[in-house]
Design a protein around this ligand. Structure first.
Ligand code: HPA
Length: 280
């Protein structure tokens, strides 16, 4: 795989998927660490292991199954990624964006992107869900942007607007579902860092000061590619741990996976509720 994606590379994956199924997904879903259970709800599922797709970034992290599930969810044709790859695993940032490009070429118009995140806002507790109102692209600010390289004009412009990454209508719909199902949803700003090391207490106090409510190691690259290609995006963080602003507790991946067991079923109810209310 070259450093920057080409249309040929993207379409090679599209062809590999089309060889296995006629399903034309309208909605793409990315499931973060420990949040894979939503994929079990897909009807008529066609399952493709990531490893069978040319150039697809395969997740090496525990808690990510690494397969694509195509089928129907609440009456919508969907393509669900059970697991995702991260920049810290060693993939180029363009390659991290490949799955979203493939969704776009398959005709998907909407992305639901989820993640496990640390709660930087002191009001957040493990097991809470947060809807993304916006994000801080720390990786992008440092030059690690999936749109770096020749612009793919087929998808969008060289300099895409990022003033409304997370679609306001979808946010309002998710808010309504949260109220109806008493999910106690937060709404906040997600800070995307590269990882894989967790943040220092000073990093976290900095993040809080600049307006972050949650912090994680994903989502921003995929949401950026989605917006560039004209998709509407709904972002959801599962708060897996309280960020350690005072340095008195430690953070571990086990903690993140443990929280996923509580968060997974809540996320299922939220996403199904949103899809149920979306016009077909
Ligand atoms: N920091 C960064 N990424 C994370 C965290 C965290 O505390 N929890 C889950 N993903």
């Amino acid at each position: 795989m070259t450093e920057f994606l080409t249309l040929e590379q993207i379409d090679a994956v599209v062809a590999a998927i089309k060889a296995k199924t006629k399903i034309a997904p309208k909605i793409g879903v990315i499931l973060g660490s420990g949040l894979g259970v939503l994929a079990d709800e897909v009807l008529g599922a066609v399952i493709i292991p990531f490893g069978e797709l040319p150039g697809w970034p395969v997740s090496t992290v525990q808690g990510h199954s690494g397969r694509l599930v195509l089928g129907e969810l609440m009456g919508h044709a969907v393509m669900v990624m059970q697991g995702r790859a991260h920049y810290y695993e060693g993939y180029s940032i363009s390659q991290v964006g490949l799955p979203v490009r493939v969704m776009q070429r398959l005709g998907a118009e909407m992305l639901v992107v989820t993640n496990a995140a640390g709660g930087v806002n002191p009001d957040y507790a493990p097991g809470d869900l947060m809807l993304l109102k916006d994000h801080i692209a720390f990786m992008g600010m440092a030059g690690i942007n999936p749109l770096r390289g020749p612009n793919l004009d087929e998808f969008g412009p060289r300099f895409p607007d990022m003033s409304r990454v997370y679609d306001r209508e979808l946010l309002a719909l998710a808010r309504e579902v949260g109220k109806t199902l008493a999910l106690g949803l937060h709404e906040g700003v997600y800070a995307g860092l590269s990882g894989p090391s967790f943040e220092t207490p000073a990093d976290l106090r900095f993040l809080r000061t600049v307006g972050a409510d949650a912090v994680g190691m994903s989502t921003v690259p995929e949401a950026t590619v989605a917006v560039h290609g004209g998709m509407r995006v709904l972002g959801v963080s599962g708060i897996s741990n309280k960020a350690n602003l005072d340095g008195n507790t430690v953070t571990s991946h086990e903690e993140v996976l443990e929280a996923g067991r509580v968060l997974g079923p809540k996320l299922v109810r939220l996403v199904k509720g949103v899809l149920e209310r979306l016009p077909a």
